[in-house]
Design a protein around this ligand. Structure first.
Ligand SMILES: [Zn+2]
Ligand SMILES: [Zn+2]
Length: 427
């Protein structure tokens, strides 16, 4: 019987800030780190995951490039030198994301550009299907279907198989093929995200249809449509939908979405329909400066811009120019965190800073890149784990999902992970 200790450094009872330390010989201090993310509080200040003494972290595996999975990772390079494993697109995007993070939050950050550079230099590129040896633990990587380059990691620890979903999506989108969990085989332990462990997403086709009809109605009354979107994956998904269904007006793409799109185009094997993405990138107007930006919002058009929650970046610039005119529409297609400008516009209908009423049409559509309850259950049904550890989920959602898991009769034990606790599993 093997003993494996899992220390929850972040992501227990909360969405994001995920970080789990795995110790395969609990009598020793050495461990392998799965993700090390950062969250933001209501004042938009970073909240880092807890850390483990860097000298004992032999390796870290980064599931994907979202900040809630990598934003704490450079901290391990202040005094340590762990090996870093991630896919090529994850490492390329991590550079942009971490540099942007430091630009906006450097004041609050214990690490600097130097540590980011060390982390990226340490990065070893892994690809799906590859097996690597980490001090006697065999790690294998599968596609998690969440964003390009995202991994579902399986650790083989002396015959005990432990899976880590990272963030996972089980449906096909234009950008992504679904997760590859069907080929993983059975697991003893599953550490699973459960962002939507208690809810269902409407069919993706409905969201696409609504998106296109709101755009059409807005263009008919000579309005402009602003679609604030996350730079990784969401922006490109919207671009691809519009490349397939020409809205008949210019489409502008602004912000970090552009650089991320270029990374995707250079890594076509990670993209579901790369030709459609290339068509979008070639046909749409890529905003490269203030002249383009100043022109984009003055005519009937569709503008896809970072940031997805209107926290800053070009989307906030456009909102200030488009939000007061009832002819225009603002379509939110990303998760809107409590306290974000996007959430305030939805709930209170007020513009940021000025507090003037928003007169443009405001809509929110579900284009989530996370599996819902049924998708998560499908992962459990196909991998049949004996132990399940629920992370990356609001506390009440995690409890509900755990109850659902117990009712399936599949796992012997379900643990709703709490931060700063260590769970020793005897497998
Ligand atoms: Zn996440
Ligand atoms: Zn993510």
């Amino acid at each position: 019987m093997a003993k494996i200790a899992l220390r929850i450094l972040g992501g227990g009872g909360e969405v994001g800030r995920l970080s789990v330390l795995v110790r395969v010989r609990p009598e020793e201090r050495d461990g392998i780190l799965l993700d090390a993310g950062v969250n933001f509080d209501e004042e938009d200040r970073p909240v880092f995951a807890a850390t483990y003494p860097p000298k004992y972290v032999k390796a870290m595996i980064l599931s994907h490039a979202h900040l809630d999975h990598i934003g704490t990772a450079p901290m391990y390079f202040i005094s340590g030198r762990p090996r870093v494993y991630a896919t090529k697109p994850t490492l390329e995007m991590a550079k942009l994301m971490l540099e942007d993070f430091l630009k906006l939050n450097g004041y609050y950050s214990p690490y600097e550009h130097y540590e980011v550079k060390l982390l990226l230099e340490a990065g070893e590129k892994i690809h799906y299907g590859q097996r690597i040896d980490i001090d006697g633990v065999e790690a294998t990587f599968y596609s998690a279907g969440h964003v390009p380059g995202s991994t579902f990691t399986v650790l083989d620890i002396d015959g005990t198989r432990m899976g880590f979903t990272g963030d996972i999506n089980t449906i096909e989108t234009k950008l992504m093929k679904p997760a590859n969990h069907h080929i993983i085989g059975s697991l003893d332990i599953l550490v699973t995200e459960a962002t939507y462990g208690s809810s269902l997403h409407p069919p993706r086709a409905n969201a696409e249809k609504r998106l296109l009809s709101i755009i059409e109605e807005t263009i008919d009354r000579k309005g402009t449509v602003l679609i604030p979107a996350f730079s990784i994956a969401r922006g490109q998904e919207i671009m691809m939908i519009l490349a397939e269904h020409d809205p008949g007006v210019p489409v502008y793409v602004d912000g970090m979405i552009r650089q991320i799109t270029e990374i995707f185009l250079e890594n076509p094997e990670y993209i579901n329909n790369v030709n459609l993405l290339r068509k979008a990138y070639e046909e749409f107007n890529i905003v490269r400066g203030w002249r383009d930006r100043n022109k984009a919002w003055r005519e009937p058009a569709v503008i896809i811009a970072s940031a997805g929650m209107l926290k800053g970046g070009p989307s906030l610039y456009y909102l200030k120019r488009l939000g007061s005119n009832p002819r225009n529409a603002i379509i939110l297609v990303s998760f809107q965190a409590p306290g974000s400008n996007g959430r305030r516009i939805l709930e209170e209908g007020l513009m940021p800073d000025t507090e003037e009423p928003v007169r443009a049409r405001v809509e929110w559509l579900d284009f989530s890149s996370h599996a819902d309850r049924n998708g998560l259950l499908d992962v459990v049904r196909t991998t049949k784990p004996r132990y399940i550890v629920v992370v990356h989920s609001e506390a009440d959602v995690a409890v509900k999902y755990a109850e659902l898991l117990r009712s399936t009769g599949i796992p012997e034990e379900v643990i709703v992970a709490e931060n700063n606790r260590e769970y020793t599993l005897e497998v």
